[in-house]
Design a protein around this ligand. Sequence first.
Ligand SMILES: *[C@@H]1O[C@H](CO)[C@@H](O)[C@H](O)[C@H]1NC(C)=O
Ligand SMILES: *[C@@H]1O[C@H](CO)[C@@H](O)[C@H](O)[C@H]1NC(C)=O
Ligand SMILES: *[C@@H]1O[C@H](CO)[C@@H](O)[C@H](O)[C@H]1NC(C)=O
Ligand SMILES: *[C@@H]1O[C@H](CO)[C@@H](O)[C@H](O)[C@H]1NC(C)=O
Length: 313
Amino acid sequence: MQICSLRLCWALSTLLTIAQAIQVAPYLDTVQIGPYYARNCQSNNNIIATLLNTLRDVLQPVITDLGSSTSSDAYTTFFKDIANALYVREVFSNITKGVPAPPELGTPSWAPILICVDGRDQVTFSEDGRQVDAYTRCRILGEVPAMIFLKSPFIVICPVFFTHPGIPIQSTASCLTVDPHLNRFVQNGKSLIMYQLWYILHELVHYYVYATKESHLDIYGVNACLVLRSASAVLNAQSYVYYVANVWLGCTSFPPPRTRRPGRGGSVELLEMDSNMTALNANESIALVVQNVSIRAAPPVQTSRELDPDLTS
Ligand SMILES: *[C@@H]1O[C@H](CO)[C@@H](O)[C@H](O)[C@H]1NC(C)=O
Ligand SMILES: *[C@@H]1O[C@H](CO)[C@@H](O)[C@H](O)[C@H]1NC(C)=O
Ligand SMILES: *[C@@H]1O[C@H](CO)[C@@H](O)[C@H](O)[C@H]1NC(C)=O
Ligand SMILES: *[C@@H]1O[C@H](CO)[C@@H](O)[C@H](O)[C@H]1NC(C)=O
């Protein structure tokens, strides 16, 4: 098991490996929200429904942006190569539809299932031969808002998730500012993405990217995302989140593409990052990724009732 140090959590992936045999208590209440399932969210079902509905609306202009024949500045900033726009679009489109991940990967075909864990023995998985409780894991790095079990439909929503702000105010005033001399954003991007809406998006991106590419990346800081090659950016959940947040807020200020050589014309390369970029507290990491999950039994989805998305938005 690899747990990142406090200082590196933001920049490095917070991988937790070798999870197997995830078990979900069968008594947890299940609600269907559009194509998605929410389990054990109870009084928070409406919050989850609002987030999923908002996400669907937020993604529409993004999907449009990705359908155009030229790259927008936001796309170029985070994904670079327009050749990948179709794939990125497919990820977002599948999120809006809650498409079940293809079963070929050894996973039963399920739309993502969000499980609000608020106590022990609700979700457990075996890791390094020990059975680990997701509730405990929610707290192991301080306070983790959410985690995803790769190769399974399960996304765990931890208790602290609900203490974060839900949906950002849609205003260009929230955009990050660019330092033209350093050719990078002034901030590390935290202010943009520490919202429930973006945590959910982050996990859902992992879900679809892993289902189609069997790989994932967790680079969090916005300036670290800027330097990813296109092929890496499409694996990195947070690159998608920054891109969507920038489109949605209407941001127009991005560091120019890296065409100049380091040191020329007073500009330095992005790779010269200061240590602040990676220095974030443990409880500011977005999500844990739990790999190598095998599902012992198909997830029991007994729909007890359905929330009408249109009534809850
Ligand atoms: C996942 O499992 C495979 C074989 O079951 C193993 O080779 C691989 O190292 C595991 N990956 C991780 C990250 O634990
Ligand atoms: C999106 O869904 C379609 C249809 O189910 C599937 O063929 C495709 O692989 C999915 N792509 C992604 C990126 O999730
Ligand atoms: C780095 O972090 C310190 C302490 O949080 C802060 O005072 C300083 O302004 C930061 N530097 C940059 C370049 O952001
Ligand atoms: C976690 O965040 C809270 C504020 O949200 C802060 O008071 C606390 O010190 C942080 N814990 C760690 C371990 O950084």
